[in-house]
Design a protein around this ligand. Structure first.
Ligand SMILES: Cc1cc2nc3c(=O)[nH]c(=O)nc-3n(C[C@H](O)[C@H](O)[C@H](O)COP(=O)(O)OP(=O)(O)OC[C@H]3O[C@@H](n4cnc5c(N)ncnc54)[C@H](O)[C@@H]3O)c2cc1C
Length: 402
């Protein structure tokens, strides 16, 4: 049977992309440029609220959120070009309320939360009334690249659970309206399974933000924080999903969240290439334009190849996710390739712009700083390669035995 693959987007999506681009250019890029990409210096939550209100007025707010909660309910495939358009500014995701970790948390709560939790947690989050945080990573020897090392413990008490432990790199923790906390409810650190997700309002007794860990990026509100949880009581009603099923639910969040990061950072990489093209096309040297030099053309072409390849991998992974698959391989492949390709694109763009490339006159140096952590969070490149290889070897073994 002949199968047609249609890569075009519905007219509504094309129109939304155009509207998003316009909104980013008019309302978001000027602020980002004025504050050199530092969202805290630009106003933090005050700026977020102001931009969210403008995004609502422009009809581009929360395109991923379920329609019943005021969003546009876009599929993963339809999110891709819209999130990319928002990613043209490092403040774009905050403005549209599609940044990490809120966007991934909306996605997960929409799939897992019960009716009361949807009302109490998802509704205000989807509307942008509050921010949220996802607390998984811990200081050594706790959970990091290896989630099974989870050491934060939740112990049974009358009517619920008490959580004790330390976390670090928790994005948005300072000022979060609520936390999704991953804690161990059975087994020992190092054991597979035994994790549960808990919902806890930000002002719950025992939740403490110890410090902001200063990282290279500056576009996410509420910091990447080190935290302590001391006897934090969570009632049974705020267990998210089933006890001991936390790792399974994490998969609901992780695959799509990896892809939405690729979408947003694609926007940054495309922006970098545009900046470089603008420079080499105008800059005179050696009797012509830089753009006429073969070695510059190679940098331009390699950027185009990286962008096109990353986009193709993203489209494939989103299609699989929309079919209901976990898309473990395709999301790992698109995440690993995208994170590394976008860094290469920005680095080549810096090179093409000479001294201005590393200056604050252009956004390229800060885009490089923003992108660098993406090779570490949502699974370091090495962990994805390790998982991809294990699955490939497993498949080969099965085929041999068949
Ligand atoms: C900017 C930023 C934001 C973050 N936001 C959040 C958040 O909101 N919530 C949250 O819970 N966490 C968050 N994290 C944490 C992030 O998920 C972890 O940093 C990541 O999982 C790696 O864990 P780790 O830092 O403990 O590194 P480690 O586990 O110590 O790993 C260090 C390095 O070892 C190598 N490595 C590890 N395992 C393997 C393997 N199997 N094979 C080969 N090499 C390997 C990799 O190179 C890896 O980078 C964030 C991190 C950053 C940088």
């Amino acid at each position: 049977m002949l199968m047609t693959i249609d890569l075009s987007y519905r007219p509504e999506v094309v129109e939304l992309v155009a509207r998003t681009e316009l909104f980013i250019n008019e309302h978001v890029l000027p602020v980002e440029n004025e504050f050199r990409g530092d969202v805290t210096a630009a106003g933090g939550d005050d700026l977020r609220r102001e931009l969210n209100a403008k995004a609502k007025a422009a009809g581009v707010f929360a395109p991923h959120a379920p329609v019943e909660f005021g969003g546009l309910g876009l599929s993963m495939s339809d999110r891709a070009p819209v999130f990319e358009a928002a990613g043209r500014s490092t403040f774009g995701p905050v403005a549209l309320h599609i940044g990490a970790p809120d966007e991934g948390n909306v996605h997960m709560l929409a799939h897992i939360a019960d009716d009361r939790q949807r009302h109490e947690y998802l509704a205000p989050l989807a509307a942008g009334a509050v921010r949220s945080a996802f607390a998984m990573t811990e200081p050594s020897p706790g959970a990091g690249a290896d989630p099974n090392a989870l050491s934060t413990m939740a112990t049974r008490v009358d009517g619920g659970w008490k959580i004790n432990g330390r976390k670090r790199f928790i994005t948005g923790a300072d000022g979060a309206g609520f936390f999704i906390i991953m804690a161990r409810t059975s087994g020992e650190p190092g054991d597979r399974g035994g994790a549960t997700m808990f919902l806890a309002p930000g002002d719950t007794d025992g939740i403490r933000v110890d410090r902001h860990i200063h990282t290279t990026d500056k576009s996410m509100i509420g910091g990447h924080c080190e935290m302590t949880f001391t006897d934090v009581f969570v009632p049974d009603a705020d267990v998210l999903g089933e006890v001991n099923e936390g790792y399974r639910y994490a998969q609901v969040r992780l695959g799509p969240a990896r892809m939405t990061h690729v979408m947003r950072w694609m926007g940054s990489a495309v922006r970098a290439q545009k900046v470089a093209l603008d420079y080499v096309e105008r800059r005179q040297g050696f009797g012509g334009r830089l753009a006429d030099l073969g070695m510059i053309q190679q940098l331009v072409a390699d950027n185009e190849i990286d962008l096109a390849a990353a986009r193709a991998l993203l489209v494939r992974a989103c299609w699989e996710l929309d079919q209901g698959s976990h898309a473990s391989d395709s999301t790992s492949i698109a995440k690993t390739f995208g994170a590394e390709a976008f860094s290469r694109v920005v680095d080549r763009s810096i090179q093409m712009c000479g001294g201005l490339g590393v200056s604050e006159d252009l956004p390229l140096a800060r885009l490089a700083d923003e992108l660098r952590p993406f090779r570490i969070y949502d699974g370091p490149s090495e962990v994805h390669r390790w998982a991809i290889a294990k699955r490939a070897v497993g498949r080969a073994r099965k085929e041999r035995q068949a």
